[in-house]
Design a protein around this ligand. Structure first.
Ligand code: NAX
Length: 327
């Protein structure tokens, strides 16, 4: 398994849980290859020393490198966490271009040297478009093998719903995050169920009727989930780390072990009218062979408008990257 950005914050939270068996189970030994840029190598080496000090039974080997061809050689799982953050004065186009310069070559290296069954999940932002670039650059690897992380957004939505209803998150099912991993995302509970009943009915009971439920959804739930990353930064003084790492663990675990319903950003084949090739968050299921979009759900007019706005943003990102010849 390869982890990029392994010297960063999410990398640090992720590596120990992988090595402890939380992602692949307690019967699956792991070999870790940690990819960093030269300035991040020492941080990754430090994490590797600590991994050794944990003496995890499952961890057979750790190698740190700044060469993508070494890092991805033979990898079956690639966690693409490292990315270029937005610097001072950087426009959105600059950010997209800088990350295209990372995810293009990494995708190409995956195509050249990774295992034939490789699956990659992109965490580094802008995650959806980075995943589309990596997939397009990975010769010989089907686009379905690349996904982008919206499981953190999904889990945030489940957490908010469970909280207002005062139930355990395990009683909530059928939540969907649609669109881009950005503030335009649409967290949707129209098809969710809570302890066997429609979530919308349960919310109406909890907040004082159907009208109050609509207001809660529009004015509290959707904006709070979509802006939760900013809220964490404001309260914690630093971006989401442990919850992001947890979401990566669950994304890969559920894709491999199977799940009836979660959210992930996957390459569109035109589902729900999303242009083909965009890496868009949908409701997905997996039988263990990869995430597939759950089709046939109704979106009401308000939901459709929110989803369309987020897809439009993905189209604009794709067009900006195309304009510089990177997609
Ligand atoms: P950090 O800045 O702590 O770590 C990023 C690491 O990536 C650094 O060590 C850096 O040296 C390394 N890196 C940069 N370019 C690289 C390259 N070309 N190859 C290998 N490594 C490289 O950020 P952290 O908090 O760990 O966040 C990592 C990424 O996750 C960011 O892009 C962040 O925006 C994104 N997030 C995505 C989330 C999602 O749900 N999709 C949620 C959490 C997070 O915000």
């Amino acid at each position: 398994m390869t982890v990029t950005g392994a010297g960063g914050q999410i990398g640090y939270a992720l590596l120990f849980r992988i090595a402890a068996g939380d992602m692949l189970g307690s019967a699956q030994p792991v070999r870790l290859r940690l990819l960093e840029i030269p300035q991040g190598v020492r941080g990754a080496e430090g994490a590797a020393l600590e991994l050794q000090d944990c003496a995890f039974d499952l961890l057979h080997d750790v190698e740190v490198t700044d060469d993508p061809h070494v890092a991805f050689a033979g990898a079956s799982i690639a966690l693409l966490v490292g990315a270029r953050p937005r610097g001072p004065g950087m426009e959105r186009g600059d950010l997209l271009a800088a990350n295209a310069g990372i995810f293009g070559p990494q995708g190409a290296a995956i195509g050249e040297v990774a295992a034939s069954d490789v699956r990659a999940v992109v965490v580094g932002n802008p995650a959806n478009t980075n995943a589309a670039i990596a997939a397009a650059s990975a010769a010989g690897v089907p686009a379905e093998r690349f996904s982008a992380l919206t499981r953190l957004d999904h889990n945030r939505a489940v957490g908010q719903l469970a909280s207002v209803l005062d139930v355990s998150p395990g009683e909530v099912s059928g939540v969907t995050v649609w669109g881009n991993h950005s503030a335009t995302q649409f967290p949707d509970i129209a098809h969710a169920r809570v302890a066997g009943r429609p979530a919308l009915d349960a919310v109406a009971d909890a907040v004082g009727g159907a009208d109050a439920a609509r207001i809660w959804l529009d004015e509290e739930f959707v904006p709070r989930v979509a802006r939760r990353g900013a809220e964490i930064i404001e309260v914690r003084g630093s971006s989401s780390v442990a919850s992001a790492a947890n979401a990566v663990i669950e994304h890969v675990r559920d894709e491999r072990a199977g799940t009836a319903w979660t959210s992930a950003a996957v390459a569109s084949h035109g589902e729900y009218g999303v242009p083909e090739g965009l890496v868009c968050s949908f409701p997905v299921r997996s039988d263990g062979s990869g995430y597939r979009v759950i089709e046939g759900l109704d979106l009401d007019d308000r939901g459709r408008a929110r989803f369309t706005a987020s897809v439009d943003e993905l189209v604009a990102e794709r067009d900006a990257v195309r304009a510089i010849g990177k997609l």
